[in-house]
Design a protein. Sequence first.
Length: 180
Amino acid sequence: MKRSLKYLVKHYSFYLGGDQPPVNWAERLRSVAGAFLGLLTVFVIAKYLGERSGIDEWLMASLGASALLVFALPGSPMAQPWAVIAGNTLSALIGISCFHLIGEPLLALPMAAAFSILGMFILRCLHPPAAAVSLIVVLGHVGNYRYALFPVMIDSILLILAGAAYSNLTGKPYPNRPAI
């Protein structure tokens, strides 16, 4: 049975992003501008807060991935405030605990990610970038629990506030409101 080229392209395009929904250019630009403005706002405020408090760590690296969810997919359950704030903060706490309790990084890394995922399931705050937070903490040898509060929790709150302001100003309701 011979397959046409058109059929093969359509069938295998799934593996090259063919499963992604089409997004018009206006929405793409709205998302990109929001991520830029939102992250810029978070970075400026977090850097200022870090300088005022004498704390060197004022940024968490996975914030870019959180911004993608908040600005490009504001309707996703994984982009909602509870998921972003609780998921990131919980994962930082778990990563710091694994760093302290497990001496071998090759074991601490997967344990931190796995327990972060479990914790997010339990607290109903699944946020994929948060699993990376736990790894970043272990890889960065972050041993101070303060890191979970600042920058992780504060940066997450700032991102949510920026996302809510931008989305609502541009006609995208965020966060999701439960149906009554």
